[in-house]
Design a protein around this ligand. Structure first.
Ligand code: SAM
Ligand code: MD0
Ligand code: SF4
Length: 359
């Protein structure tokens, strides 16, 4: 065995034994290749099995408004992009979609939007609060909300309407890199919204992008930052260049960095929920991500109702492959099974208990 591979195996053993790996060691895991990378993935699967057994949670995704006031350089839906499809689903449409998704076997509904002025310009966010209440009521499922940055009292209002989760991704925890991605959106304000969400009683998802000028040290820093915050769910997605945006012609280099980041997150945060997103490489990328230690499948989208993905606007959606039925055979091939709503609720109840902050 090469010395580098021996070194990486040793780090994996330490992580599985409960050692907190520092940023340089995390960066070593993230730079593994060949045999050493396979060892990282195997260790991540072992960590997942210990925490979650063979259960994988399936999340429904409803991108209900693609209007946005922001200019994130990586995003297809940035305000200035005349090429992106804009739509805004009505409350009744969203409720109907969510009922169908709930019937198809997902355990959570993720309601996601651009920072749509129609919602963000109302200081009360009445439309958003009403939507969450209606979806909770009609579907009976836990709800995640991904609305961008909203005021603290709105986060409390979302919790009061029954939302369990707030998702808001920093993309990178390196401020200089962040400034080139989320132009005009203060780094600290975005981070503060996640802390406010936790204070409001919401569970929180943070996440990063890779392939946007980050190096292993940046990803290691992000993983250590997310571990320190103890967010309940953490993700990484490979940047997919988008037509009509400043990064449209960026060079891409596959998904190895994302897979290693999934595995390193699993080893650093063995009890966290970690998604395999269908929104990066569609259904064909699913098994690789699960083999890297993910235990959630996100971006399950019902076909034929005109919904988009965030980084793959169309891939696999209308073919019906980003559905529960499309995902199940892949779980079965890996000896995994869909986690039940009851199992998911039990996990949420424990997480809410852990996250409770003394007043
Ligand atoms: N507008 C809200 C916001 O930005 O927080 C909610 C949407 S958020 C869930 C969209 C996320 O998708 C971004 O935070 C980013 O991580 C990811 N994303 C967007 N464009 C992407 C792209 N081109 N490639 C990969 N991921 C992308
Ligand atoms: C996904 N496209 O799950 C969605 C999105 C938003 N909370 C999630 C990035 O992959
Ligand atoms: Fe808007 Fe979110 Fe896209 Fe940024 S990532 S442009 S905030 S939809």
């Amino acid at each position: 065995m090469e010395p580098a591979a021996r070194d990486v195996r040793d780090l994996c053993r330490r992580a599985l034994a409960g050692d907190l790996l520092g940023e340089p060691d995390l960066a070593r895991l993230l730079a593994a290749h060949g045999e050493a990378a396979e060892a990282v993935f195997a260790a991540a699967r072992a960590a997942r099995a210990r925490s979650f057994g063979d259960a994988v949670f399936l999340y429904g995704f409803v991108y209900f408004s693609t209007f946005c006031r922001n200019e994130c350089t990586f995003c297809f839906y940035r305000a200035g992009n005349g090429e992106s499809p804009r739509y805004r689903k009505s409350l009744d449409e969203v409720v109907a979609i969510c009922r169908d998704l709930a019937g198809s076997g997902v355990v959570l509904l993720d309601l996601t939007m651009g920072e749509d002025p129609a919602i963000h310009d109302d200081p009360e966010y009445a439309a958003l609060l009403e939507l969450v209440a209606a979806v909770r009521e009609a579907s009976g499922l836990p709800v995640m909300i991904s609305p961008g940055v909203v005021p603290d009292d709105v986060l409390a209002g979302l919790r009061a309407r029954g939302a369990d989760w707030y998702a808001l991704y920093q993309e990178t925890h390196t401020p200089e890199l962040y400034r080139r991605l989320r132009t005009g959106q203060p780094f600290a304000a975005r981070a503060a919204a996640r802390s406010a969400a936790r204070r409001a009683g919401l569970l929180v998802e943070d996440g990063i992008l890779t392939g946007i000028g980050d190096v292993a040290a940046d990803r290691a820093h992000s993983i250590a930052s997310m571990r320190a915050a103890a967010w309940e769910q953490v993700r990484v997605m490979t940047f997919v260049p988008q037509s009509g945006t400043p990064l449209a012609d960026a060079q891409t280099s596959g998904d190895e960095a994302e897979l290693l980041a999934i595995a390193a997150m699993r080893l650093a945060m063995p009890h966290a929920l970690i998604p395999a997103s269908l929104d990066v490489d569609g259904i064909r990328g699913l098994e690789r991500r699960l083999n890297a230690g993910a235990n959630v499948v996100t971006s399950i989208v019902p076909p034929t109702v005109g919904l988009a993905g965030v980084s793959q606007a169309e891939l696999d959606i209308d073919e019906g492959r980003r559905t529960v039925a499309g995902v199940l055979p892949h779980l079965a091939r890996l000896g995994l099974r869909p986690g039940t709503v009851a199992e998911y609720r039990a996990w949420l109840a424990e997480a809410h208990g852990r996250a409770q902050v003394p007043a």
